[in-house]
Design a binder for this molecule. Structure first.
Ligand SMILES: Cc1cc2nc3c(=O)[nH]c(=O)nc-3n(C[C@H](O)[C@H](O)[C@H](O)COP(=O)(O)OP(=O)(O)OC[C@H]3O[C@@H](n4cnc5c(N)ncnc54)[C@H](O)[C@@H]3O)c2cc1C
Length: 389
């Protein structure tokens, strides 16, 4: 199925692109990965990096479950410490209104086979995580969820891809995907043209504009999240913490820093501004204060924590908050893996496997039917994406 000297060009050096490059290279394909900045310079570097099955849409749950199985041995497989810790996830109900939200998640996901427990009162939550505020009413608890170090993970995928013969080109922008006679021919970049029989688009928020000239509509709205990282703290909590309203999440990193993020808001700048490297991605002060307030509400000890860093993260949100993962029907050899809507870090290892299957075999055994882009056809009013947390 692959033709040309460079079998596959992967565009994007986040977790989706580097995992795909790794899987393709170790399957024997000649791979060139092109990244316009440095590796993990966008969502995959800004992320909270929770590795979570709980709270997933049913369509994503099989992928998340398969991903967690991979995460358990990913560091060993890639030959690097990705700081994966399977220490659980608590999703908290802070108000009476959030209690049935959590209860519903537990009921639905238990029915789908996930090991998820409903903790019906504060005492049972604090038995697992004593630092949780006494005001929290209930929670879901998934012991098989966890977290990892995103920078270390992307670097590990990239290095492993290189060991299998992949070529990595950073600081190189893909300006267009070349296609003719119904199939991809390669890519044009700021460093010249690269011919390829297959092109993988793993470009996060830039995916809509890169695919549009080929007649492929991947509707993505950009949302912004404020992220705060503290200095190293005394051991606070092991579990990743989220909330019923999906407007707060936090986790203690290996090394003791607490990383927390607030809810997503529309980001109204032009993407070209990012390419020029200005401050458009930095979060407004009010969003930072909001994220911190939500953190302190559920983990009161955070009120005394010193803040080391603040940054903004952009999310590639589709209308239904599910990704597009497909071999594009319009253009042979074009594979899209984007629009992960704020929860694609966990899926990364499996995204790589799916992309490999789609490039090399044209199909995959993973259930990706719900992630076709044509599900958006005819949507006249694009709804605001809901994050699943
Ligand atoms: C604050 C925040 C918290 C999150 N928390 C979680 C979480 O707890 N758990 C979870 O699973 N997920 C989480 N996510 C989501 C997760 O981080 C992303 O879904 C995932 O990292 C997406 O990876 P990606 O490789 O698809 O995209 P990206 O990481 O955005 O990578 C795309 C890359 O493509 C490059 N690129 C774009 N256009 C071009 C071009 N034309 N030429 C060359 N290169 C190009 C970009 O520079 C970028 O590096 C969070 C995201 C954010 C922002």
């Amino acid at each position: 199925m692959i033709t040309g000297a460079s079998d596959v060009v992967v565009i994007g050096g986040g977790i989706s692109g580097t995992a795909a490059a790794y899987e393709l290279a170790r399957a024997g394909a000649q791979v060139t990965l092109i990244e316009k900045g440095t590796l993990a310079s966008m969502a995959s570097g800004w992320t909270l990096a929770g590795v979570r099955q709980s709270g997933r849409h049913p369509a994503e749950l099989p992928l998340a479950t398969a991903a967690v199985a991979r995460w358990r041995q990913l560091g060993e497989e890639l030959g690097a410490d990705v700081e994966y810790r399977q220490e659980g996830n608590l999703r908290l109900a802070r108000s009476p209104a959030e209690v049935p939200v959590i209860q519903k998640i537990v009921d639905e996901q238990r029915a789908l086979g996930l090991d998820l427990t409903f903790l019906a009162d504060n005492a049972s939550i604090r038995e697992i995580a004593p630092a949780i505020a006494q005001t929290v009413l209930a929670a879901s608890y998934c012991p098989t969820d966890g977290h990892a170090n995103p920078i270390a993970t992307i670097q590990a995928f990239a290095s492993a891809a290189e060991r299998h013969g992949a070529t990595l080109c950073t600081e190189t922008l893909v300006t267009a995907i070349d296609a003719g006679d119904g199939r991809v021919r390669g890519v044009r970049t700021t460093s010249g043209h690269i011919a390829a029989g297959a092109v993988v688009v793993a470009t996060g928020v830039y995916t809509t504009r890169l695919c549009a000239p080929l007649g492929l509509d991947v509707p993505i709205k950009v949302r912004q999240v404020a992220v705060v990282q503290t200095v190293p703290l005394a051991p606070l909590i092991q579990q990743v913490v989220g909330t019923g309203g999906a407007n707060f999440a936090g986790r203690l990193e290996v090394g003791g820093r607490f990383r927390l993020s607030g809810g997503g808001r529309p980001w109204l700048h032009h993407l070209d501004k990012l390419a020029q490297g200005n401050d458009a991605v930095l979060p407004p002060s009010a969003r930072v204060i909001d994220a911190l307030a939500r953190g302190i509400e559920v983990l009161p000890t955070l009120a005394d924590a010193r803040v080391a860093r603040v940054w903004g993260g952009l999310i590639d949100a589709t209308p239904d908050a599910l990704p597009v993962i497909e071999r594009a029907p319009e253009v042979d050899g074009l594979i899209v893996a984007a629009g992960f809507s704020g929860h694609g870090f966990c899926l990364g290892p499996v995204t790589g496997q799916i992309v490999r299957d789609l490039v090399l075999d044209g199909a995959t055994s993973f259930p990706i039917e719900p992630f076709r882009s044509d599900r958006f056809a005819g949507i006249s009013t694009r709804t605001e994406a809901l994050l699943h947390g």
